[in-house]
Design a protein around this ligand. Structure first.
Ligand code: ZN
Length: 480
């Protein structure tokens, strides 16, 4: 039997996974025309004003709040409320504007769109987060012009920089029924930076609670599909290393989130949209150079169109989708859920299974790697494991192919995901130190260390054997 035939099932499986993981096609075309990036920019500039930090309680903070309320009042149709509260001796005010559910009152679910309007001391806070406020205000201008069956809540949070106190106060004030009625929450934080790329952050908030609370996959999936539809594609976490980001937020408890955090803690699906990511991190974060010069209209438009398209997509949902498994990976707009990952792992074992081992070392290595693969299929608790083990299994049979340097290079590439993931984990650890403890399961550790070790050992053995064969052949030739 040709060993290459072993790759047939996994190829078919991958195609199937891509078809099954395809984002749902929109039932309605979004009416995206109308978002005016120039208006969004001017809104943000008004919030920044003379660049004095909007520290809660300060005159510049109150002036920004006043501007938001004035603008909201101009839109009409909105029910505008303020939510004042004290925390640790300081006074804060959330500003909320609501478009109440449609005339028949049949759909009680609510969609939250939000941005914080405070800033840290020592920064004008243009990208963080006057740009988020500017985009939200401009999005509201578009959204108030349409009919909605669901209730839309636009929230301008206070005290985000003091530890998400505004959004946390609000969530705690909601009854259980009210929390359950929230379909999803989208936070805009640092979205207007012209040097970045649009991303969704899906932090787990695991450093404050026992269990990781990842956002259920349907929400980032829906937002990615909406962004595609709006012609503004975005990635999860990072434009370049989305794969590692998604591993990282599960396994490194990075202490970083926006106002989506308190919603996630309450079990409400929430994400945050941003233009700052791991590789393209906003260099003036919380610094004096976070001025309107950093804000770009393209960045504002990308985010605004995505927010509007995502709201339209959320409006079409009958109810909050089931959360599903925490084990998922979204790559290139495709969702690989736990069952797809399990199936693909099984299929990835076929080529190694068919590559009949010839020596004892060969047999031992193959059995060890297949065993590990089998355990991963049944004890899958993390997308980490299949993502690292699958390339190793697929590349494994190629190690025995004689004298093809191309195939040798391809087979060694099987080590690449394990290698780059290890690098990523080290780098996050260096950046965040003690704040980002590593939470790898025993199976994670084995997949990260033992599997590549077996693979490498086998590669060296195979190379030795091939060399020996070649010398034997050469010797045979000389004797003739
Ligand atoms: Zn912020």
């Amino acid at each position: 039997m040709k060993p290459y035939l072993g790759y047939l099932p996994i190829s078919v499986g991958l195609l199937l996974a891509l078809v099954l993981g395809r984002p749902p096609q929109p039932t309605t075309q979004p009416a995206l025309v109308g978002f005016d990036a120039d208006r969004a920019y001017r809104n943000a500039a008004e919030v920044v004003g003379e660049g004095i930090p909007r520290v809660p309680g300060s005159p510049s903070h109150d002036r920004a709040g006043e501007f938001i309320r004035t603008r909201l009042a101009e839109f009409g149709r909105l029910r505008v409320e303020t939510e004042p509260f004290d925390w640790h001796g300081l006074s804060y005010t959330n500003i909320l504007a609501t478009i109440d559910e449609g005339p028949d009152g049949s759909d009680p679910s609510r969609i939250y769109l939000s941005a914080h309007y405070d800033s840290r001391p020592g920064t004008p806070g243009a990208v963080d987060n006057a740009s988020g406020v500017g985009i939200l205000l401009e999005s509201i201008r578009i959204l108030v012009g349409r009919d909605w069956d669901k209730t839309l809540v636009f929230a301008f949070w206070d005290g985000e920089e003091d530890g998400l106190v505004g959004s946390r106060h609000h969530v705690r004030g909601l009854s259980q029924d009210e929390q359950d009625s929230v379909l999803a929450m989208i936070s805009l934080d640092m979205p207007g930076w012209q040097g970045g790329s649009p991303v969704i952050h899906t932090f787990g908030k695991a450093w404050e609670v026992d269990a990781p609370r990842l956002v259920p996959f349907w929400l980032p999936h829906l937002v990615i599909a909406s962004a595609d539809r709006a012609g503004e594609p975005l990635r999860i976490g990072d434009p370049w290393i989305s794969f590692h980001y998604q591993m990282g937020v599960r396994n490194m408890r990075v202490p970083f989130s926006s106002d989506d955090g308190p919603f996630l803690e309450a079990g409400i699906p929430a994400i945050f949209l941003s233009n700052s990511s791991f590789i393209q991190f906003f260099p003036h974060y919380h610094g004096p150079a976070d001025t309107m010069e950093q804000v770009g209209e393209d960045a504002l438009r990308q985010c605004g169109k995505t927010v509007i398209a995502a709201t339209e997509a959320l409006e079409t949902l009958e109810e909050r989708p089931q959360p599903g498994s925490d084990v998922y990976l979204i790559l290139g707009g495709f969702v690989f859920t736990d069952w797809i990952l399990r199936g693909m792992m099984l299929l990835a074992m076929v080529p190694a299974l068919l590559a009949a081992p010839s020596t004892r070392v060969d047999r031992t290595c193959t059995v060890a790697l297949l065993l590990l693969g089998g355990v991963t299929v049944f004890r899958l608790d993390d997308p980490f494991q299949p993502c690292l083990a699958m390339p190793l299994l697929l590349a494994y049979p190629l190690l025995r192919v004689r004298r093809s340097y191309l195939l040798k290079a391809i087979s060694l590439a099987g080590l690449l995901p394990a290698f780059t993931t290890a690098l990523f984990l080290i780098q996050v650890r260096v950046l965040f130190g003690e704040d980002a403890p590593i939470h790898l399961s025993p199976l994670d550790w084995i997949t990260l260390t033992a599997a590549p070790a077996i693979f490498l050992f086998r590669a060296v053995q195979a190379e030795k054997l091939l060399r020996k064969d070649a010398t034997a052949v050469d010797a045979g030739r000389t004797e003739q």
